[in-house]
Design a protein around this ligand. Structure first.
Ligand code: M7G
Length: 330
C-alpha cells in the first residue's frame, strides 16, 4: 500500500524519541493492528552556495530529473522562503520572530517522513529512548556472544538488501552498479537522504559478496578490494553529482555495530552533522582508517582486535551478555 494511505491509518501509541538538535521525532503506533514506527525529520534548506551556483540565468536546475531550487547570492529572496512573520520580541537592534516556510513537495519539502511497517521489536527498541554504554568487544566476546547474535540477524531482517542486490528494488535511483562478482557493489541513495539536498547527501554502497557480515570479518586479503571500492566511491560520486560535491567532501565509513549484517559502506556529505550518533566515534569507523588498520592487524585482521563501541541498553547484545562483560572490565 502507498505510504500516504498507511500513514493516514496510523494510530498513535507513544513517542519513542525526539531530538531538538537534529529536529527529528519518532512515534510508535499501529496500522490495522500491526506495529508501525513513523520518524519525521525537518529537512535542510535547499540552498546552493553562490560559489557552487550555476550561471545566474538558470533559476531551476535539474537534478536526477527533479527541479532543484537554487539561489544566486546576492539575489536570494528571503521572502520566498519565509512568510507570515509573527514577532516574539525586539530590543534595541535585535528582533526575533516565528514564521512559516514556503514549501513545495518537489523542490522544497519541509519534512522527510519514514515509515517502518510492520515494525519488529528490534526496530522499536532501536528507535526507543535508551541509555547508552561504552563497551570493549574482545575477540573472545565476539565469538561467544556477538557471532551467534549476528547469525540470528541474517534472515528476514536483510530482505531489503537482497531486494536491492537481486530483485531490482530501488533500481530507478541506483547511482552506480558494478556486477563483477569479486568487486561488485550497488551504490544508491540511503533511505536517510531526502534525495534533493546535496548538503545532506547520504548514499550507501552495498557489496554483492555475502561472506562479510561486518567490520569483524575483514582481514588483509580484503585490502585491494576495499582500496578499489574506496577509489571508486571518491571518483564516481563527484562525477555523478556534476561536481556539486568534491571527492574530499565525502565522509566514508562503516558502522560497528551496524543494524544490518551484510557488509555496506556509508557515504555522507562531511557537512552533514545532523546524523545523530551515526557519525560519532564509537559507531562510525572511517573506511580509510579501516584499510590502514588492516595493514597492521595481521592475517586475521579485525577478528583479532578488541573493538570499542557504544551500545544502547535496548540492544539485544547488551542483554545477551555485553552488560556482564562490562562489569568485569574495571
Ligand atoms: P547500518 O549501519 O546497518 O544501520 O546501515 P543504521 O545506520 O540504520 O544504524 C544501514 C543503512 O542502510 C542505514 O544508513 C539505513 O538508513 C540504510 N537503509 C536501511 N534500509 C532498510 C534501507 C532501504 O530499504 N533502502 C535504502 N536505500 N537504504 C536503507
Amino acid at each position: 500500500s502507498s505510504i500516504t494511505y498507511l500513514v493516514s491509518r496510523f494510530a498513535f501509541v507513544r513517542v519513542l524519541a525526539s531530538d531538538p538538535q537534529i529536529k527529528t521525532l519518532s512515534l510508535l503506533g499501529s496500522i490495522d493492528g500491526q506495529q508501525a514506527i513513523i520518524s519525521v525529520e525537518k529537512t535542510a534548506f535547499p540552498v546552493i552556495q553562490a560559489t557552487d551556483a550555476e550561471p545566474s540565468s538558470k533559476k531551476q536546475k535539474l537534478v536526477d530529473g527533479k527541479s532543484f531550487l537554487t539561489c544566486q547570492s546576492p539575489t536570494f529572496d528571503i521572502n520566498e522562503l519565509v512568510t507570515s512573520l509573527k514577532v516574539i520580541n525586539h530590543n534595541d537592534i535585535y528582533h526575533w520572530s516565528l514564521g512559516l516556510l514556503e514549501q513545495n513537495l518537489e523542490t522544497n519539502p519541509a519534512v522527510k517522513l519514514n515509515l517502518v511497517y510492520p515494525a519488529t521489536t528490534t526496530h522499536i527498541k532501536k528507535y526507543d529512548t535508551q541509555k547508552y554504554h561504552f563497551v570493549q568487544e574482545t575477540p573472545e566476546v565476539y565469538t561467544r556472544i556477538v557471532k551467534p547474535y549476528i547469525e540470528s540477524m541474517q534472515g528476514d531482517r536483510i530482505q531489503w538488501v537482497r531486494n536491492i542486490l537481486y530483485c531490482g528494488k530501488e533500481k530507478e535511483n541506483v547511482v552506480f552498479r558494478e556486477d563483477n562478482s569479486e568487486y561488485g557493489y550497488v551504490l544508491l541513495p540511503d533511505m536517510k537522504w531526502d534525495g534533493i539536498n546535496i548538503d545532506s547527501l547520504y548514499l550507501v554502497a552495498i557489496v554483492l559478496r555475502t561472506d562479510i557480515a561486518s567490520l569483524r570479518d575483514l582481514n588483509e586479503t580484503h585490502i585491494p578490494w576495499l582500496e578499489s571500492l574506496r577509489k571508486e566511491l571518491r571518483t564516481k560520486i563527484p562525477q555523478h553529482y556534476e561536481n556539486r560535491i568534491a571527492s574530499d567532501e565525502l565522509r566514508i565509513f562503516v558502522h560497528y555495530q551496524p543494524s544490518y549484517y551484510h557488509f555496506h559502506i556509508h557515504v555522507a556529505n562531511i557537512k552533514h552533522s545532523g546524523l545523530g550518533d551515526g557519525i560519532a566515534a564509537g559507531k562510525a569507523v572511517l573506511l580509510e582508517d579501516v584499510i590502514e588498520q588492516l595493514k597492521y592487524l595481521g592475517p586475521d585482521g579485525f577478528a583479532n582486535k578488541t573493538i570499542g563501541y557504544v551500545i544502547g541498553e535496548n540492544h539485544d547484545l547488551w542483554r545477551a551478555g555485553l552488560k556482564e562483560e562490562q562489569e568485569k572490565l574495571l
